[in-house]
Design a protein around this ligand. Structure first.
Ligand code: MTE
Ligand code: MO
Length: 222
């Protein structure tokens, strides 16, 4: 190879590296910018109590934030049900909406108080017709994460799928399109980017962190 060619190649390599650096830098900072913009329109308090901000979460998801394409998105509900169904985003939102302020506690020792807005799993379960032998609900997410809860607890606590927090649509970092609001359960039950809900009779199912030793009950008061 002659020297001219060598210099040309080296230049190309450095320019490419530089472009890659700029691009990764830009995309992460523009994501942060978007979060900061959203934070400006967040609801700051509810019934006299201060709420935490969407900026106060620690992002430590197993594969980082997921970008779910809403045009092709479907929420599948199947397993021990009479009418398995694939819901588009808007179809999920056609159900009765609820708001509730609930604290999310991560096992790592931080917590956030958020006003959640969502729809009850109970309502979706009525539509698909849960069979009598179902006792466990298994949730799967876009990033390969999964977790489960007893059906009884979900119904008893009126657990919901949140699509908004503090009045703003969940940003990608926080689980868009849906995060489970697993009231009274540790953060690892609050699965984000939910794509599939399976009604099951496997009470011993263990999710991602549960397989790795986290308590399957995950009660915050234990
Ligand atoms: N799909 C998915 N959902 C998830 C996780 C994850 O890695 N993947 N992490 C869980 C954990 S450990 C916590 S504490 C909560 C809140 O995490 P965040 O601060 O990263 O939003 O999301 C939960 N939901
Ligand atoms: Mo967590």
């Amino acid at each position: 190879m002659d020297t001219k060619k060598k210099y040309f190649l080296i230049t190309i390599i450095f320019v490419s590296l530089f472009m890659i650096l700029i691009q990764t830098g830009c995309s992460s900072s523009s994501n942060n910018d978007e979060l900061r913009e959203l934070a400006k329109v967040e609801i700051k308090e509810f019934e006299g109590k201060a709420l935490s901000s969407i900026l106060e979460f620690r992002e430590n998801s197993i594969k980082g934030p997921q970008n779910v394409d809403i045009t092709s998105y479907e929420l599948k509900i199947d397993g021990l049900v009479n009418n398995p169904k694939n819901y588009k985003y808007d179809e999920v939102l056609e159900n009765q909406k609820y708001i509730k302020p609930i604290r999310l506690n991560c096992v790592e020792g931080w917590s956030v108080d958020i006003l959640w807005e969502g729809i009850l799993l109970k309502d979706l379960f009525e539509e698909v017709g849960v069979r009598d032998n179902a006792n466990t609900v298994i949730f799967y997410a876009e990033d390969g994460y999964s977790t489960s809860l007893p059906l009884e607890i979900i119904l008893e606590k009126d657990m919901m799928l949140a699509y908004k927090m503090n009045g703003v649509t969940l940003p990608p970092e926080r689980g868009y399109p849906f995060q489970l609001v697993a009231e009274d359960k540790l953060g690892y039950k609050w699965i984000k980017w939910i794509t599939h809900i399976e009604l099951s009779d496997d009470e011993d199912y263990l999710g991602y962190w549960e397989t790795r030793g986290y308590d399957n009950e995950a009660d915050i008061n234990k």
